[in-house]
Design a protein. Sequence first.
Length: 422
Amino acid sequence: MTVLLGAVADDFTGATDLASMLARGGMRTVLRLGAPDADEPAPGAEAVVVALKSRTAPVEEAVAQSVASWRWAAQAGAEQCYFKYCSTFDSTPHGNIGPVAEALMAATGAVQTIYCPAFPENGRTIYQGKLFVFDQLLSESGMRNHPLTPMTDADLRRVLGTQLSDGAEVGLVPWATVVRGAGAIREALAALAASGAAHVIVDALTDADLAALGQAVADMPLVTAASGLGLGLAASFGAAGRLAGGQPDALPQIGGETLLLSGSCSTATNDQVARWRNDGAALMQLDPLALADGQETADSVMDWLRGQAGPALIAATQPPDAVEAAQRALGRNRAAALVEDTLATIAVMARGAGTRRFVVAGGETSGAVAKALGAERLAVGPSIAPGVPWCATLGPNPVALALKSGNFGGETFFADALESAP
């Protein structure tokens, strides 16, 4: 099976998000966690998604890993590169979206690329170049309080412009053009290219808009987007008769206990943790300050966990004021590292005790847990919520993983995950 699409994602949950969209669109998809070695054989799939932990990495490191991952996919035959970032465009004034996109343009030979973080199914839409989270501008949503990448500007042209090389022009294909279909989008992109705009924000309000965009950019060497565009691109490959078709392979039945871990402090995850607590389910709340002074440890959490009769949630999820207090006391990086390292250690200890199904909330936490568990290649299974599939490691003794972006899922997400666990 020939690889058609090579995707590079800047965090682990975003990678599973995109993989689920491509699989839903009919592409045989394999998820590769972590940057592959240059000589590593590519999987037998139509789409391969490489999950990096590069969103908040130093710019040079993010660029190097992203370009190397694309070259690995290109060696396997991939014709199009998909740079996947969050549907809330998570980044800093210096990157990493802009620098990585420019490097991938050079690596693929692209003279122009598009930026479209829209994901209408999860309430992310773009109008006149401004990103909305449901009915709020991005800058007025809970993302303004993100502990690592606070998003305080909804104007994507302005946000991207600060990250690109001097003199780079950012254009816009407005919704009035997008709604006219793929031909109109192509014409608008060509006109912008002729005027010197190599970087183009594209409005999208509906799934139909993303389907039209998928057709319009089917021949573009590089696209950059959230996961929503995945369905449109998969449909384009399908319409061209390039997909094998048929039903994807089912995940193996794994069974056993499921451990729920949450390091995300997003508004959505706070609501999900609160619902779990209010439903009377087992919950241990971690405190970064207690972790720092040794009052809480992975060992003490495991002692508590052994006393629980059913599924349990270990959460460092806190509201914004508590996050700010921990960061003031410990520093932003240390507070985050304490949580990620502790949850990853707990996951390894739980697997040693027989747990083989894990639900993890938060991009950075998911990366830490998956790496600690040694997960490298995942088969993609059914979705728990839009953008959050169950996956299973390939090879003997598979482990099931559901890696959730902090902003995704409804209030009952954790219960929903248990109900559909393989």
